[in-house]
Ligand binder design. Structure first.
Ligand code: ADP
Ligand code: MG
Length: 370
């Protein structure tokens, strides 16, 4: 089952993003691992200390609006949150029909004709018979947002994409390359080449969200192999919903092995003047054992995650319903990770280059999006 280990050498050829240059963060992962949640938290992290971030939803399920507790998003960039230190997160749920109208307009001045086609249901028809067309339109919009400039400056410091799941991610990001091969020249070729130039540059990082469970870790390894073959830059592995240990590791290992009973806990309960007697001690011991076993099962997968050979950040499994407070907590962890990544990359470059870049970066947390 644990095929991940055998990929180790293979990743030596991974296309690596430059953490201090990355402006397009693509978040993928097996379904249900927390892609939308992580993408939202990452947006807050990148917007901290005054950044301006666009969070793009690609699967049209309004998960972002729900998460930020705002009305459904129109096909328009709307502010959904203010980050720590005054940064701003805007969100956009891509409407494929509208994106196609933009496209027809951009290349053929055909917006009115496009509207007529839409009335006839032709656009819906076209995008459903040619699913690749959807992906071309969506990645085109992502590239547009990443490269948009105003007064000579990028409009967004970073763009975060709540992307399709691992099983579809390489096709999604690479479909425009296929398109570029079909069109030998002309505006579509230029547009396609432009999209791939951004997606394959060190400005882009595809982050993979996983859980400490066999299947998601395996899917992460598979997706990494596919992304690498397609020359797409892989960013960090985000281990989501990790059980936080409530005991020191020694104690956890003992408990996980089942060597903890109510008798072990009774003296401490008595010393703390807690009523409940043996019944309480037994129940507590059973809970500790359950927690320890869950932790041990997850811990066993940490090696496999490490063997993936990418920078890793762990996010805790939070209890209660996922609200803005939770998102900020996760964002805090991600801010720390981003900072570490930039520092690590800086240590790897020449002093001159570091000084030059360092001067441009007033705040450490948002430094990688400058
Ligand atoms: N770190 C976390 N702690 C607790 N619950 C989480 C965490 N991350 C995600 N969830 C929950 O897990 C579920 C799936 O998350 P979601 O972001 O919608 O995943 P995906 O977009 O990959 O399908 C949601 O109910 C979400 O609130
Ligand atoms: Mg989602």
């Amino acid at each position: 089952m644990r095929r991940a280990a055998s990929f180790r050498g293979f990743y030596a050829g991974t296309v690596s993003p430059d953490p201090s240059l990355v402006r397009c963060h693509v978040v993928t992962g097996k379904g249900g691992t927390g892609k939308t949640t992580v993408a939202a938290a990452l947006s807050l992290a990148l917007a901290a200390d005054g950044g301006s971030v666009l969070l793009i939803e690609t699967e049209g399920r309004q998960g972002i609006a729900q998460l930020f507790d705002t009305p459904p998003l129109p096909y328009e960039e709307r502010r959904v949150a203010v980050a720590r230190g005054g940064g701003e997160v805007k969100a956009l749920a891509i409407d494929v029909e509208e994106a196609l109208l933009d496209y027809l307009d951009m290349f053929y001045n055909l917006r009115r004709a496009g509207r007529a086609l839409r009335k006839m249901g032709a656009i819906d028809f076209a995008t459903s018979i040619a699913p690749g067309l959807r992906d071309v339109l969506i990645t085109g919009k992502i590239k547009e947002a990443v490269t948009r400039r105003h007064d000579g400056r990028p409009v967004y410091d970073a763009v975060v994409v709540d992307a399709p799941p691992t099983g579809r991610i390489t096709r999604f990001l690479g479909v425009t390359a296929e398109m570029a091969q079909l069109a030998r020249s002309g505006p579509i070729k230029t547009q396609s080449d432009g999209v791939m130039a951004v997606l394959r540059s060190p400005q882009t990082a595809v982050h993979l969200v996983t859980l400490l469970e066999d299947m998601p870790v395996q899917e992460t390894a598979d997706a990494m192999a596919e992304l690498t073959a397609a020359q797409l830059p892989i960013g960090s592995v985000v281990v989501n919903m990790a059980a936080e240990p409530i005991l020191p590791v020694d104690g956890l290992e003992q408990a996980a092995a089942g060597r903890l009973t109510g008798t072990d806990l009774s003296p401490a309960l008595t010393a703390a003047h807690l009523p409940g007697g043996d019944g309480l001690a037994d129940a507590l011991a059973a809970e500790v054992v359950e927690h320890a076993q869950r932790w041990a099962a997850q811990d066993a997968l940490r090696d496999d995650v490490e063997k993936l050979g990418r920078p890793t950040v762990e996010l805790p499994h939070l209890t209660g319903s996922m609200d803005l407070g939770c998102l900020f907590e996760l964002a805090g962890r991600l801010e720390e990770h981003l900072r570490d990544e930039v520092e690590r990359a800086d240590r790897g470059v020449s002093i001159g280059a570091r000084n030059e870049r360092g001067a441009e970066r007033p705040a450490a947390a948002s430094g990688d999006v400058a």
